[in-house]
Design a protein around this ligand. Structure first.
Ligand code: NDP
Length: 291
């Protein structure tokens, strides 16, 4: 008996430059397979001067969506048809979704982080200390505020960059929040003492990323106390020095793989409408990073 046959795969992917070290394909394709989807996630090197052509290429090939990584997260916006609400507040996009032929920019970095946090704690009314003011810090702080955190302190080496983020938080984000939001910024030059009463401590800088795996983050480790949740965005290696130190202090921890898996889960849900298995995704990444 003749069977229905379909040799056409659906396409998604990641545009970046450089992009060869981006491990996302290794967690997304096993999740597709487990869902029974014959989809492909292509890791595509796109130079900045080719970004517009690449976006048009994705339209022509009928991509269901794609991720954008460094250096495209802001530049890609001008080539899209619209933005999700938190991406609009952040002014940065890392996940594009084809919705009825329109390419809509979303930001899943912070959403993925908040989803992994919510498995351990309810963000409502919480006080957060965030190190960094770049793309990751921006995505995380906006989503934490939208999830109900009431106090956000941004600590960054460059105070100008911290000020840009504080302006975003005190502007559209505060207006979009249902709770009152208090913010503070601190120039980071000394060993920082985490204030008593802090609920979440988050490294959103690139300190600790391979190959500088033993780089010391300027925090007074003895000021970390067991009731705090300590998170690190660094996925490679996942057991950063900060995560190890925080565990020794008795803190609950969230590593960079949880955030990576969290944003991957949301991306797959946006693209396919199906719920992937996060354990399969994490296992695939752990195999890579422990090899
Ligand atoms: P950006 O370049 O936008 O920002 C980097 C931040 O790190 C800035 O705040 C910068 O401070 C700070 N920083 C870098 N080096 C130092 C240092 N030696 N001392 C003090 N501060 C420093 O990068 P992103 O925000 O896009 O990415 C940051 C990290 O987050 C990357 O390592 C990336 O791998 C990770 N990431 C992880 C994701 C995940 O899913 N796990 C998702 C997205 C990102 P300054 O402003 O002063 O230069």
């Amino acid at each position: 008996m003749a069977k229905d046959m379909n040799f056409k795969q659906e396409l998604v992917g990641c545009f970046g430059f450089p992009v060869a070290e981006n491990p996302t394909q290794a967690m997304i394709e096993p999740a597709f397979e487990a869902l029974g989807l014959d989809w492909r996630y292509l890791t595509l090197e796109v130079k900045p001067e080719n970004l517009e052509k690449a976006v048009n290429g994705a339209r022509s090939f009928g991509f269901k969506g794609f991720n954008c990584t460094i250096p495209h997260k802001v530049e890609v916006i001008q080539y899209l048809d619209g933005l999700g609400s938190s991406a609009e507040l952040m002014g940065a996009v890392n996940c594009i979704v084809n919705r009825d032929g329109k390419l809509i920019g979303e930001n899943t970095d912070g959403k993925g982080f908040v989803e992994s946090l919510k498995k351990k704690s309810d963000p409502t009314g919480k006080s957060c200390v965030i190190f960094g003011a770049g793309g990751a810090a921006r995505a995380i702080s906006v989503e934490l505020a939208l999830a109900g955190c009431s106090k956000i302190t941004i600590i960054n080496r460059s105070i100008e960059r911290a000020k840009e983020l504080i302006d975003i938080l005190e502007g559209g984000v505060a207006q979009a929040c249902s709770q009152s939001l208090s913010t503070q910024m601190i120039e980071w030059n000394d060993n920082y003492n985490i204030p008593i009463g802090t609920d979440y401590v988050i490294n959103a800088t690139s300190i600790g990323l391979y190959p500088d795996i033993n780089a010391k983050i300027n925090i007074n480790i003895s000021s970390l106390t067991p009731e705090m949740i300590v998170a690190d965005v660094i996925p490679n290696p996942p057991k950063t020095r900060l995560i190890r130190d925080a565990r020794e202090q008795g803190c609950t921890t969230i590593d960079g793989l949880e955030m990576l898996v969290g944003q991957g889960v949301i991306g797959i849900e946006y693209w396919t409408g199906k719920n992937p298995n996060p354990e399969i995704m994490r296992d695939s990444l752990e195999k890579i990073f422990s090899a």
